[in-house]
Write a protein that binds this ligand. Structure first.
Ligand code: SAM
Ligand code: DTB
Ligand code: SF4
Length: 332
C-alpha cells in the first residue's frame, strides 16, 4: 500500500489516461466494498451564518455579504424531527453542521451533546461538523455517541493560506488527531475548483492518505461558487477533473467511503454514474446541503432505481470490521 502514498506515486495515478484510471479505481473498489452500495448521508445546518472565519469559499462567513440569513442553534426537537425524516428516507448517517470557528464549552455545546444522544438513539450514524475541537470536547462528543466528525483539510498545505488566513493547516490536523484519539471515526476531505493546481489536489490526497490511520470517509466537494464570497467568480471545474479526483482518492485510500459531495446539482445522472463507477460510494441526499441547493430527494431515489444502487445499511462499516476481526481470530 505504501507505494501509492508518496506524492509521485499519487501523481502517477492521477495522470493515468482517464478510462484506465476509472477501470483501476473500479477494480480497487470491488476488492474493498460491495459494488452498487452507496451510503446516504443527510445534512442539516443546526447553526447558520455569522461565522468569524474567513474561508474564501464559505457563504456563512460573517465578513462576506451573501444571502445567507444568520440562524441561532436549532431546538433539539427540530433536529430530531429532521433526523427521523432522514431515516425514513433511507439515510444511514445524519450530519449536523454549525458555522462555528471552534466549539466552546458552553450551553450551546451541551445542547449539541443532547442532539447527538437523541439522534444516536434513533439508530443513525451521527456525524457533526462544528469547527475546531479540543481533546476533552472530542471525548464528550464520543461519550454522547458521536460516530463521525467531519473536519475538512480543504486543499494542500501550500494552498491553504490563499483560501483561509484565520487558522492554520496544523490547527485542522490537530482537531483531526483529537477526534481520532477520542475513538470517533474521521471524515475529512476537501474542495476542488478553488484555483488550485493539480499538485495542490495531489498534496491534499497525500496529507489524507498519510495520516496515521486514513480517514473512514473522504468528501470530495466541487466548489459551489456563492455570490458575495471571494471565490464567487471561480469557473466551474470540468466534470472530468471531478472523476479524476474521485478515482485517485479511491485508489490511494481503498477502504474509505469516498463521498461525492457538493456540486452534484450541476452533474447529469450519467456523470454521477461514472463517479460511482470510479469508486464514489457515498452522497449527501436532501434538497439542501448546508445553505446551497442539492438535487431533489426524489430525483436521487430515481437515480438509485435506474442505476441499481442500494442505500448502505446503518453501521455497515462497523459490522464489516467486526466480521473481519472475528475471521482473523478464528484463523489464528
Ligand atoms: N464550520 C465548520 C468547519 O469549517 O469545519 C463546519 C461547517 S463547514 C461549512 C464544512 C465544510 O463545507 C468546509 O470545510 C468546506 O469544505 C465545505 N464547504 C463550505 N462551503 C462550500 C462551498 N461553497 N462549496 C463547496 N464546499 C463548501
Ligand atoms: C462536506 O465536505 N461537504 C458538506 C459537509 N462536508 C458538511 C458541506 C458542503 C457545503 C456546501 C455549501 C453550503 O451548502 O453551504
Ligand atoms: Fe466558518 Fe466553517 Fe464557513 Fe469557515 S467553512 S467560514 S469555519 S462555517
Amino acid at each position: 500500500m505504501s507505494k501509492t502514498r508518496s506524492r509521485n506515486a499519487i501523481r502517477e495515478v492521477y495522470d493515468k489516461p482517464l478510462l484506465e484510471l476509472v477501470y483501476d479505481a473500479a477494480t480497487v473498489h470491488r476488492q474493498h466494498h460491495t459494488p452498487g452500495e452507496v451510503q446516504i448521508s443527510s445534512l442539516l445546518s443546526i447553526k447558520t451564518g455569522g461565522c468569524s472565519e474567513d474561508c474564501g469559499y464559505c457563504p456563512q462567513a460573517a465578513r462576506y455579504h451573501t444571502d445567507v440569513k444568520v440562524q441561532a442553534l436549532l431546538k433539539t426537537e427540530e433536529v430530531v424531527e429532521s433526523a427521523k425524516n432522514a431515516k425514513a428516507g433511507g439515510a444511514s448517517r445524519f450530519c449536523m453542521g454549525a458555522a462555528w470557528r471552534e466549539v466552546r464549552d458552553n450551553k450551546d455545546f451541551d445542547r449539541v451533546l443532547d442532539m447527538v444522544k437523541e439522534v444516536n438513539n434513533i439508530g443513525l450514524e451521527v456525524c457533526c461538523t462544528l469547527g475546531m475541537l479540543t481533546e476533552s470536547q472530542a471525548k464528550k462528543l464520543a461519550d454522547a455517541g458521536l460516530y463521525a466528525y467531519n473536519h475538512n483539510i480543504d486543499t494542500s498545505e501550500e494552498h491553504y493560506h490563499d483560501i483561509i488566513t484565520t487558522r492554520k493547516y496544523e490547527d485542522r490536523l490537530d482537531t483531526i488527531s483529537h477526534v481520532r484519539k477520542a475513538g470517533i471515526t474521521v471524515c475529512s476531505g476537501g474542495i476542488i475548483g478553488m484555483g488550485e493546481t493539480e499538485d495542490d489536489r495531489i498534496g491534499m490526497l497525500f496529507t489524507l492518505a498519510n495520516l496515521t490511520l486514513q480517514p473512514e470517509s473522504v468528501p470530495i466537494n466541487a466548489l459551489v461558487p456563492v455570490a458575495g464570497t471571494p471565490l464567487a467568480n471561480q469557473p466551474r471545474i470540468p466534470f472530468w477533473e471531478m472523476v479524476r479526483m474521485i478515482a485517485t482518492t479511491r485508489i490511494v485510500m481503498p477502504k474509505t467511503a469516498v463521498r461525492l459531495s457538493a456540486g452534484r446539482l450541476e452533474m447529469s445522472m450519467s456523470e454521477q454514474a461514472l463517479c460511482f463507477m470510479a469508486g464514489a460510494n457515498s452522497i449527501f441526499a436532501g434538497d439542501k446541503l448546508l445553505t446551497t441547493p442539492n438535487p431533489a430527494f426524489n430525483e436521487d431515489m430515481e437515480m438509485f432505481r435506474i442505476l441499481g444502487l442500494k442505500p448502505r445499511e446503518v453501521f455497515a462499516a462497523k459490522k464489516q470490521a467486526m466480521k473481519e476481526s472475528e475471521r482473523t481470530l478464528t484463523t489464528n
